[in-house]
Design a protein around this ligand. Structure first.
Ligand SMILES: Cc1ncc(COP(=O)(O)O)c(C=O)c1O
Length: 365
């Protein structure tokens, strides 16, 4: 049997007519940027998150960068980010002119460890960016308490966690604002690149919208040196067709995760730990294994595709060589990079496929 790492086919088959209708609607109207599809999706996604405002933009990286810029984060500032995230989190900081400061995660949850924030604080610290990595909500109460005590902004990176909850509240609604990615492989994915900011702060939402539209508050009137990062009508229409199915899709990921958690019994594997009071959405089901590369090759031989999130930690990437952080300085991020493996996980994965993966993992020696 071949088990892909991810497949869009099960959902696309179910929503085929809706997605084609969304395309037709936009095409018939011949209106492609800043229109009624965008407005409708923003309204629906804000409501889904339990937030007052949503501003669509070009991708998740831009969503985070535009929020930071709108908050006034820039040159000379520092922003606390986890040492083990996708590089976009750190790049969003860099693009404002500020410096990302890497804070080690809790190895059990893979999320930012609130107990380590204090040690990273300097007079330059302006903001903290919790990343709900792999779809597991961060421990937001202590993070918000820390930020409140030190007057820091909180910008949540929700790129991997659409719909996840912390004590019953959707992630993305704790901080000043949150950035989402709708990259096709995300829990809510467009048919191309797309992203959004959600916030309860009207002024912030307006500034983010202006910054993503050439710094313009109305046509040909430019109050900021902005970017071009808008959610286009086609992607908004596709996203609006998929959004009503997001909870159901997340539920299906939970079915798969529950089976992995119940049925994988190989002592060589460390399974994910779920922080009490959280409901993850399993963007990624991560295991750790000392013999990770051997395990990946063994699974590949059996037709099972896996992935590594992420094989090189940010501080050891050429892109951040200028920060001068040596190997060994962030041992938890390095440990995760060396041992983490992501198992197949996608809406519509069949029970037979899950069983095949479980059996293969349990037989690995
Ligand atoms: C944690 C995290 N942050 C930010 C991003 C950036 O999103 P995008 O690829 O839409 O720019 C991604 C996804 O790629 C991500 O996984």
């Amino acid at each position: 049997m071949n088990v892909p790492f991810v497949s869009f086919k099960p959902l696309e088959k179910e929503l085929d007519a809706d997605l084609r209708a969304a395309f037709e609607r936009v095409y018939q109207r011949s209106w492609y940027i800043e229109g009624q599809e965008d407005e409708a999706f923003e309204k629906a996604f804000a409501a889904y998150c339990g937030s007052e405002h949503c501003v669509g933009c070009g991708n998740g990286l831009d969503a985070l960068m535009l929020v930071l810029k709108a908050l006034g984060v820039g040159e000379g500032d520092e922003v606390l980010v986890p040492s083990n995230t996708y590089i976009a989190t750190a790049l969003a900081v860099t693009y404002t002119g500020a410096t990302p400061v890497f804070v080690e995660p809790d190895i059990r949850t893979y999320d930012l460890d609130p107990a380590r924030l204090e040690a990273a604080l300097t007079p330059k610290t302006k903001a903290v960016m919790p990343v709900h990595l792999y779809g597991q909500p961060c421990d937001m109460d202590p993070i918000m308490a820390f930020a409140g005590a030190h007057g820091l902004f909180v910008v949540e990176d929700c790129a991997q966690a659409h719909g996840a909850t912390y004590h019953g509240q959707r992630i993305g609604t704790f901080g000043d604002a949150a950035g989402f990615s709708f990259y096709p492989g995300k829990n809510l994915g467009a048919l191309g690149d797309a992203g959004a900011v959600v916030t309860n702060n009207r002024d912030l939402a307006e500034k983010v919208r202006a910054l993503g539209n050439y710094g313009s508050d109305y046509k040909y009137h430019h109050v900021y040196q902005g970017n071009n990062s808008r959610l286009d009508e086609l992607q908004a229409a596709f996203l609006a067709a998929k959004l009503p199915h997001l909870d159901r899709m997340n539920q299906d990921r939970r079915r798969i995760a529950a089976r992995y958690l119940d049925e994988i019994h190989n002592p060589q594997l460390t399974l994910p730990y779920i922080l009490p009071g959280t409901e993850p959405v399993w963007h990624i089901f991560a295991v750790r294994c000392r013999k990770r590369d051997e395990l990946a090759a063994y699974l590949a031989d059996k037709g099972i595709a896996t992935n590594k999130h992420y094989p090189i930690p940010m501080h050891l990437q050429g892109a951040y060589a200028s920060l001068g952080i040596p190997k060994g300085a962030l041992p938890i991020a390095e440990e995760i990079s060396a041992t983490q493996l992501s198992l197949p996980m996608f809406y519509g994965m069949t029970d037979d496929e899950v069983s095949y993966v479980v059996d293969a993992l349990n037989a690995f020696s």
